[in-house]
Every structure is written in structure tokens, then in C-alpha cells.
Design a protein around this ligand. Structure first.
Ligand code: PMP
Length: 384
């Protein structure tokens, strides 16, 4: 069945609000103009506020991985020791990136579905010699787990190591306070809670990080943060920026300002709680423990009585709802419902209604409305 209206409940891309879609259709302007400089200054300022930093923020023409690569290329010199938290696919990506740049990688492997014990980071920093940086994923999208960046930062900041955070699936949905917590670099992308299509990478850089960046021996050109810094001083970018995407970024960051960060974080926590309650009410198990459950994506386990991949296909083809599957060894084991960005609590009710219908279609014994009711009960208690 052809469906023009698709509900994206995947961890990116996510729904783009009409204001941003309209902005994307505006005629372009030259990027070396005062009009563009105004947009660059305004959006950069708003991203600084979202990141909680007085440091620098650069907006790159790349996906989130580009921002991650920029972090590694500007921090890691060949032979540097780094500590990487690996609790899923995106922790692995940090590790692979660091190895590509010649780092000696000490991985802290965390069981999927669990968060890192900050004490393990302390131990890794105390043993094994001088560490250039600790790399962590704030929200491990592949397992639906949040790592406690604040607690980890409190440990890392006591040492000369930098703390580098992948906030691709959390920025604009889960709080991060770079300066207050002591986070040195944050990498993010546009197609998640920033409510935009894919195409922009965002990187926040603390003042502490510059001492390392300036001495870093790794080759870099497109992602040279020093070039970004020198250009931004003149309110411009080293290369042609994704001009149309900036129009849309202007809109979505303005929406974020209007809603307010605290309200946004609460909305995402409420959406998480609704989906978790719904899943439990129909007898499905959750992949992540409650205490570390992601506010932007919920991983739900199949119980072996139905085909998880068939469920996903049915959700998309019949109900127009795209959810994600598990990656690699989790394929067929879990499905993941994204609840990030331009969506609200009520959307979780219809999302879950479709999940129940699709569960029934694939042969799972579900009493229709059981999960919907549980979600609504959570929603009734939400304060907003
Ligand atoms: N890190 C995390 C936590 C992610 O969720 C993703 C995208 N799913 C990425 C990195 C990679 O981002 P991109 O696909 O935009 O390069």
C-alpha cells in the first residue's frame, strides 16, 4: 500500500516540523553575505545554549559521524592512548574511528542493555598510562541505554584526559551541560532531536580542548577545527555550508527556545515512560533496565512467539509506522521505537495502538488496548 504519510519512529531521520519544511523550500542566498552570517551567528548561539557552553560550536556539512570524525581527527594523535566505552554499535564506532587515527584503544566493554559503571572509567584512567581522552556515547541508540555523562565527567575532569561525547541521538532531548559538567567535545547530528533532515553535523568544543587540538598531529583538512574557529571569528565557514539546512535549523532551534529545554527533556522522559508502560502491559520485556533507559529510543524484546522483523514490516506497510530493528546480533531479537524530536505524548498512544494491531497480525496474543491504556494512564499523570 502506498502511504504518503509515514510516521517515523526510528532513531533518525525523525519527523521534520512544517516550519522547517517551509524553510527548506526558500530560495537560497549566498553564504558569504551578511544575511547568512546573521543566521550562522544566531543558530550557533542557540546551539551553545542547548549544549550549555560558552565554548565554540561549529556546524558542519556532514552527518553525525562527520562530527565524530572531526572530534577524533583533531584530538587523537597516532600512538595516543584513549579509553572508549563500548556498550553497543555507536560505542564501537568511536573505537573504530580512534583506531583509524592510530590510537591505542582501551575499550571498556559494557553488556548491551546496561550502562557503564563510572568506577570502571576511574580504574581505566588510573592504570594503563597517560590517557588523551575518554570517548562515550550519551545515548547508545543500538540498545536504548543512556550512559551517565555527568558522573563520568566528574571523574575525567580530575585527570588531564579530555571527555568526548557522542550526543547524536540525545542533543535536544536529553540534557547535557558541557561547561558545568566538564565535557570537552560533543558531537551531534541534525536528523534526530534537532528535528531536521540529515545533513548537518554539530560539534561543541571547550576551551580545554584547544590545547590538545593545536598540538594534534593527525592529518585533517575538511574537518580542521582550527579552520572552523578562524572562519567563525569572521562569522563564516571554511567551505560552502549547507545553506538551506541553516534556514531550517534557524526554525527548529527557535522552536526549541520557545518550548524550553526543561519542558523538552520532560516530554521525552514522558514519551519513554509511556512506551515502556505499554510494552510491559502487553507482556513484552524491555531490553534496557529502567534506571538507564533512554529517553529517545526504547528497545523491546520479542518473546520468540512472533517474528520481530515481520512485525516491523507489518507496522510500516499497513499502519505507516516505521520502527527500527535490532542491529547485528540483535536483529530479530529486539525492535526499537524512536521517540525523539518533533512528536509528543499523544503520538505515543497512536504509535502503540498500531504496535498492538501489528502484534495481533503477526500472531502475538495481545488484548487490544491493554498497552494503550497503560500509556494513557502514564500520560494522565504527566505534568506539563
Ligand atoms: N551516534 C549515535 C548515538 C547515533 O544514534 C547515530 C545514528 N544513528 C550516529 C552516531 C551516526 O550518525 P549519522 O548516521 O548521522 O552519521
Amino acid at each position: 500500500m502506498f502511504r504518503e504519510k509515514r510516521e517515523l519512529r526510528i532513531p533518525g531521520p525523525t519527523p521534520v516540523p512544517p516550519q522547517a519544511l517551509r524553510a527548506l523550500s526558500k530560495p537560497l542566498i549566498g553564504h558569504r553575505t551578511s544575511d547568512f552570517s546573521g543566521i550562522l551567528e544566531r543558530t550557533t548561539q542557540r546551539l551553545k545554549w542547548i549544549l550549555g557552553t560558552e565554548g565554540e560550536v561549529y556546524i558542519l556539512a556532514s552527518s553525525g559521524t562527520g562530527a565524530m570524525e572531526a572530534a577524533v581527527a583533531n584530538i587523537v594523535s597516532p600512538g595516543d592512548r584513549v579509553v572508549v566505552v563500548v556498550g553497543g554499535k555507536f560505542g564501537e564506532r568511536w573505537s573504530e574511528l580512534c583506531k583509524s587515527y592510530g590510537a591505542v584503544v582501551d575499550e571498556i566493554v559494557v553488556e548491551p542493555g546496561r550502562a557503564v559503571d563510572p568506577d570502571d572509567i576511574r580504574k581505566a584512567l588510573q592504570s594503563g598510562g597517560e590517557t588523551r581522552a575518554v570517548f562515550i556515547t550519551q545515548n547508545e541508540t543500538s540498545t536504548g541505554v543512556e550512559h551517565d555523562v555527568k558522573a563520568v565527567a566528574a571523574i575525567v575532569r580530575e585527570t588531564p584526559a579530555l571527555l568526548i561525547v557522542d550526543a547524536v541521538s540525545s542533543l535536544g532531548a536529553i540534557e547535557i551541560k558541557m561547561d558545568e559538567w566538564g565535557v570537552d567535545i560533543v558531537a551531534a547530528g541534525s536528523q534526530k532531536a534537532l528535528m531536521l533532515p540529515p545533513g548537518l553535523g554539530v560539534i561543541g568544543v571547550s576551551s580545554r580542548a584547544w590545547q590538545v587540538i593545536e598540538k594534534c598531529k593527525s592529518p585533517r583538512y575538511y574537518f580542521d577545527l582550527i579552520a572552523c574557529r578562524e572562519n567563525l571569528k569572521k562569522s563564516t565557514t571554511p567551505f560552502t555550508p549547507a545553506v538551506g539546512m541553516f534556514f531550517a535549523l534557524d526554525e527548529t532551534t527557535s522552536m526549541i527556545e520557545e518550548e524550553g529545554l526543561e519542558a523538552i527533556y520532560r516530554r521525552h522522559a514522558d514519551m519513554r515512560d509511556m512506551i515502556r508502560a505499554a510494552a510491559r502491559a502487553v507482556g513484552l520485556e524491555l531490553f534496557a533496565e529502567d534506571a538507564v533507559a533512554s529517553r529517545t529510543i526504547t528497545a523491546i524484546k520479542g518473546d520468540g512467539t512472533f517474528d520481530v522483523e515481520k512485525l516491523r514490516k507489518r507496522l510500516a506497510s499497513r499502519y505507516g509506522i516505521e520502527v527500527a530493528g535490532g542491529q547485528e546480533e540483535l536483529k530479530g531479537v529486539i525492535f526499537r521505537i524512536g521517540h525523539m524530536g518533533y512528536m509528543d505524548r499523544l503520538d505515543m498512544v497512536s504509535t502503540w495502538a498500531a504496535v498492538e494491531l501489528a502484534l495481533l497480525d503477526v500472531g502475538y496474543r495481545v488484548s487490544l488496548g491493554a498497552g494503550v491504556k497503560a500509556a494513557m494512564e502514564v500520560m494522565a499523570r504527566c505534568e506539563y
